[in-house]
Design a binder for this molecule. Sequence first.
Ligand code: ADP
Ligand code: MG
Length: 206
Amino acid sequence: MNTEQVIGIIALMGKRMEQEKEFLTDLDNAIADGDHGINMARGFAAVEAKIAPLGDKDIGTVLKTAGMTLVSAVGGSAGPLYGTAFMRSGVVMNGKTEMNIADLTACLKASVEGVMQRGKAVKGEKTMLDSMIPALEAIENGINGGLDSKDAVLCGVKAAREGVEYTKTIAATKGRASYIGERSIGHQDPGATSFTYLLEVIADAL
Ligand code: ADP
Ligand code: MG
């Protein structure tokens, strides 16, 4: 993928967030404050406007700009957390105008590390990490096992979806949903769900 294609994929992520806005907000409403869909749609709309003119820049610049925009345009936790993921990915892609599956995997790894640090969270706390970490592992295993990029990312999507199912079985110990603790069991995590959609958009694009 080149810079223009990365910009195109991020625009498609924005469209998907707009489509899923109500559903994500309903999920967040069940266990927290009901703004996740609104946050994601608003954040990605701001990102799309900021990165549209950056087609002649390197991919690192696009991802860093996207990350900074998410941090500043979205209140709450998901904006700064996804913002950190994009900014860390931007560091990985610094100066590069082409992105391959090894780069994508490196970006995802840097994103997981960034979210873990910023959110002070680990796997099993009913957060976006519960889809991100399994997805990263599945993609790495797929590549190591000789799958092509698209099939490896599809393995990642499957693992992310399973991660979302897993979040239904556990209580939140991080984020606003942790305020209701055990009563969050039975509900899927909004952030784990939105991450799965973002990865689906990447898989479709490949
Ligand atoms: P807020 O919680 O501020 O209302 P959002 O509703 O947009 O923000 O995002 C909520 C999502 O953010 C949760 O579903 C969860 O996946 C993720 N999240 C919240 N806190 C953390 C954290 N400390 N670490 C990782 N992810 C988190
Ligand atoms: Mg919320």
